[in-house]
Write a protein that binds this ligand. Structure first.
Ligand code: SF4
Length: 513
């Protein structure tokens, strides 16, 4: 019966998968709805480039479907602001087009998943939610793997994915006889290094900008003259092909390096296109593997494995954590952190050069790479004791690729240890020494990286020891932190008192540092 029932199919902004089985054939009874929604543009104060990128990508996707012969209703904010909510909008479109059935792809975000489930019931018509058909693991496979609710480490999950897919496997063993080449992937950029010129796009945002202004959508960050992010499949594919041809050979070696000389380095910057599902993880992994198989000398295994681990391991793993642990995961705060987020996370106005650089880069491009996110802004928030809700909101707001299912496990779990070690075996905290080792930020900083308690001491240093001291009863028995705690014990009492006083001053008023 429902094979020819007039049907509305909703496509959300992060569901731009042209290979979805929905689109395998043109069905005259189906209308696809792609709509710029005020609720999605404002559930946090997004970076302006993030809203521009989503809206442009959605419009292009609607055009692609139309060109293939599908019936598409693409609505902009101009048409959607009049509706109180998504349900009212969907009801109106269904009435106007005389549609009797509602279908949607199940969102990855818990917030939207609950909303669409409730909305489907409230509509009072036949409805169905289907998979997005994007991830390597189906929802049923995620359910089977994570349903026990037990903590499992990424490395264990990743190895099982390698075995399951056979990727980078030979005779049941990992290619290169190791699962992990992290040791080779921690190089600092040479002093004489000059950055590779990043492939940037020139997407016109004028009409989107006018709509955002007209409907008073609050955003953060800098709008470049043209949007540099990929908003079409052709652009996303070009970005990946450029990455593989020019950047992948050195990706692994310098993937943790940080510099004020460039923002893009050797990173693929494909996370936006991947997270809105323009490209599939299968295709992306396939492109990288193809290059490696053709030229294993240029494409070192350490680079190839490091990249594939991010896509096949980490990305699928955090999705499993999120799907299986929400909504409780969003409430976790194992270290009872309750400080506000310093204003400099938004303004960049701090004398801490590393933080100022990362915030400034983020304002300019809606992007920072994983080590900048983890070991500069994330590290500092944890050392200060900022409430995880505030940290979550910042990460969700400012990065081009931030959608809650991927942002939250990275922020609450990996970066803030708010889940008490469910995801990561220890908190990712460090003194300024790690930042000095992996970057050129410390040269020219107001603060002295070698000092711990003096007036000009690097704030990360005192905060790091104070963090260990403050959480000794919770973390002191963690085997992976044994070295940190034995170093803490070696600090003479008088000096430790000075360090703790310095850290107190930083935590009391971080915005003055
Ligand atoms: Fe950051 Fe400290 Fe280095 Fe300054 S000295 S850039 S605050 S790590």
């Amino acid at each position: 019966m429902h094979a020819s029932t007039p049907t509305l199919r909703l496509i959300l902004g992060d569901q731009l998968n042209a290979n979805h089985s929905w689109f395998a054939s043109v069905e005259a009874h189906v209308l696809y709805l792609i709509a710029e929604l005020p609720q999605e543009a404002s559930y946090v104060t997004h970076h302006v480039q993030k809203v521009q990128a989503f809206f442009l990508a959605m419009a292009h996707f609607g055009q692609v479907l139309s060109d293939r012969g599908h019936r598409v209703c693409h609505l902009t904010l101009d048409q959607t602001v009049q509706f109180d909510d998504l349900e009212a909008l969907v009801k109106q479109v269904m009435t106007e087009h005389r549609l009797d059935r509602f279908e949607y792809q199940r969102p990855d975000e818990y917030r939207l998943r609950v909303q669409l489930r409730a909305m489907s019931e409230a509509l009072g018509c036949p409805s169905d939610g289907v998979e997005t058909e994007h991830f390597l693991l189906s929802e049923a496979e995620v359910e089977a793997l994570f349903a026990d609710g037990k903590s499992r480490r990424m490395e264990q999950f990743y190895r099982s994915m390698r075995k399951k897919t056979g990727i980078l496997m030979s005779g049941g063993q990992p290619v290169g006889d190791r699962w992990n080449f992290d040791q080779e992937n921690r190089k600092k950029l040479p002093k004489s290094w000059s950055p590779p010129v990043p492939l940037l796009f020139e997407n016109d945002t004028q009409k989107v900008d006018e709509r955002l202004a007209r409907h008073r959508i609050q955003t953060w960050g800098v709008a470049q003259a043209q949007l540099v992010w990929p908003v079409t499949l052709a652009q996303a594919e070009a970005l990946v092909q450029d990455f593989v041809a020019r950047l992948l050979p050195l990706f692994g070696r310098y993937q943790d390096a940080m510099t004020d000389r460039d923002w893009a380095l050797y990173h693929a910057r494909i996370s936006f296109a991947l997270n809105c599902k323009m490209v599939t993880p299968q295709w992306l992994i396939g492109e990288v593997l193809k290059a490696y198989e053709q030229d294993p000398v240029t494409y070192e295994l350490a680079s190839v494995e490091g990249f594939i681990r991010q896509v096949m391991g980490w990305r699928e793993y955090v999705r499993g954590i999120y799907l299986s642990q929400m909504p409780e995961y969003g409430q976790t705060n194992a270290l009872a952190n309750d400080r506000p987020l310093p204003a400099f996370y938004w303004t960049g106005e701090t004398k801490m050069r590393c933080v100022a650089q990362v915030v400034e880069q983020t304002r300019a491009y809606a992007y920072a790479h994983h080590i900048q996110r983890l070991m500069v802004t994330g590290n500092l928030a944890l050392l200060l004791g900022v409430a995880p809700d505030a940290v979550d909101e910042w990460y969700l707001s400012v990065f081009i690729d931030a959608i809650e299912w991927v942002e939250m496990p990275n922020t609450r779990g990996m970066s803030q240890y708010a889940d008490g070690g469910f995801l990561a075996s220890k908190p990712y905290v460090s003194s300024g020494k790690y930042i000095q080792r992996m970057s050129d930020y410390c040269q020219g900083c107001t603060y002295n990286i070698d000092e711990r308690s003096s007036e000009d001491a690097c704030p990360f240093n005192s905060l790091y020891w104070a963090f260990l001291h403050r959480h000794q009863s919770t973390l002191g028995n963690n085997q992976r932190m044994a070295m940190m705690y034995s170093n803490l014990k070696r600090i003479p009492t008088v000096e430790l008192t000075d360090i703790l006083n310095r850290a107190d001053a930083v935590r009391r008023d971080p915005d003055t540092f």
